[in-house]
Write a protein of this length. Structure first.
Length: 128
């Protein structure tokens, strides 16, 4: 089965030895996104809600570059340095996703790259 490396300038560039996403058959593995602004590669300025929205916007850009959308995500992983932000994640996520929602995990972690407070990755299944 062939592998396709997904790249878009509409999402932050990889800051390590990884690709934004890898497509294998109809499955796309989305790398973790933190609230980096693609044009500047700096962390977005603003409160936690602004950071969560930036992460969803970054995931959207990579999903679209892969030939899908957030609706194509079958499994979403959310990493938070403070799980008290989980209700806010739910609230913002409800604006980006419609039912049926993807399977999901929310994990509390000690730290994330660039001192981010939130990171998300996922697995998409494309039609076809």
């Amino acid at each position: 089965m062939s592998r396709e490396i997904i790249h878009t300038d509409k999402a932050p560039q990889a800051i390590g030895t990884y690709s934004q996403a890898v497509k294998v058959g109809n499955t796309v593995y989305l790398s973790g996104q933190i609230p980096l602004v693609p044009e500047t590669m700096e962390m977005v300025e603003g409160n936690m809600e602004v950071q969560i929205r930036r992460v969803f916007d970054n995931l959207t850009a990579v999903a679209e570059a892969s030939g899908g959308s957030l609706a194509s995500i079958a499994k979403l992983n959310i990493f938070l340095t403070d799980l008290s932000h989980f209700p806010l994640v739910n609230s913002v996520m409800a604006e980006y996703f419609q039912q049926p929602y993807p399977a999901r995990a929310a994990i509390g972690v000690a730290s994330l790259p660039k001192d981010s407070e939130v990171e998300m990755d996922g697995v998409m299944e494309l039609d076809g």
